[in-house]
Design a protein around this ligand. Structure first.
Ligand code: CP
Length: 296
């Protein structure tokens, strides 16, 4: 059975910690691994991307592999070919496939009907490729502390990014608190603590995390979202309520003046641009794990 990475919970806690250790090694020596030599990896983008595409495409090349970018509009998928048949064809030509799409069910169908590893590059429900880079950034920013000694506070919409942080942060031992307005809460099953009060969530936190207020697909409710989320802006005042030395994180793209101020986004207390770079290093470690021939 191939390994998959659909929600991230396919990893055990020890595998997640080992992946982060490996990502740090790969960051220090980006060309040290040729784990994908002679292998091709398809990257199927049904939605726009800057960071995910760059980090996976360049990361696969650094590992000696060949990335194949696919867009549904250029495939027979757009003319009604089934996901199952697409999965069967992908399985005959490439060694793994990453997917950015809306419905999680589409990703699950590809995994169920193909015979190669499938990894999530963002769905409506989850963004685990982002979460492993976020955990790597915490490891780097707090080298003298275990992840289990850290608290991360997410402020904003209880969306796919918040869910993956709660799930994978919880797996890694990070205390995750989510502050979201009424109607935008994360479900309790994702784990972590939940509140409507940003100041309560950030108390004692080592990292504060923001995401866009209007995600892809939410454009029709943009005004309503901006009104509801306005008290959840990540600014210097909110950082001042956190633990001394707290850092600001954001998965990007950012809208300075909305969910985060320009002062924080480009300021001394952010690790956001390192976090964006860490996508590549964490995902290279993920690809090694997914394609490990000794894996189950
Ligand atoms: N954070 C993130 O997934 O960025 P992109 O949408 O640019 O890939």
């Amino acid at each position: 059975m191939p390994r998959h990475f659909l929600t991230g919970l396919e990893l055990s806690a020890s595998e997640l910690h080992a992946l982060l250790d490996r990502a740090l090694e790969l960051k220090a020596a980006p060309h040290a691994s040729r784990a994908l030599e002679g292998r091709s990896v398809a990257l199927l983008f049904e939605k726009p991307s800057t960071r995910t595409r760059l980090s996976y495409e360049v990361g696969i090349a650094e590992l000696g592999g060949h990335p194949v970018i696919l867009r549904p509009g250029e495939m027979q998928l757009s003319r009604g070919e089934s996901i199952g048949d697409t999965a069967r064809i992908l399985s005959r030509h490439v060694h793994a496939v990453g997917v950015r799409t809306g419905p999680d069910a589409e990703l699950e169908a590809l995994a169920a009907e193909g015979s190669i590893p499938v990894f999530n590059m963002l769905t409506a429900g989850h963004h685990p490729s982002q979460a492993i880079a976020d955990l790597l950034t915490l490891r780097e920013a707090f080298p003298d502390r275990a992840l289990s000694e850290l608290k991360l506070a997410y402020v904003g919409d209880g969306n796919n990014v918040a869910r993956s942080l709660a799930l994978l942060g919880g797996l890694a031992g990070v205390e995750v608190a989510v502050a979201a307005p009424p109607g935008y809460e994360l479900e309790p099953e994702a784990g972590g603590t939940r509140t409507h009060d940003p100041a309560e969530a950030v108390a004692g936190a080592h990292a504060l995390y923001a995401d866009v207020w209007v995600s892809m697909g939410d454009e029709a409710t943009a005004d309503e979202r901006r009104r509801a989320l306005a008290p959840y802006r990540l600014d210097d005042a909110l950082l001042d309520h956190a633990a001394p030395g707290a850092i600001a994180l954001h998965c990007l793209p950012a809208h300075p003046g909305e969910e985060i101020t320009a002062e924080v986004l480009y300021g001394e207390r952010q690790r956001i641009w390192d976090q964006a770079e860490n996508r590549r290093h964490a995902q290279k470690a993920l690809l090694e794990w997914l394609l490990d021939e000794g894996g189950s």
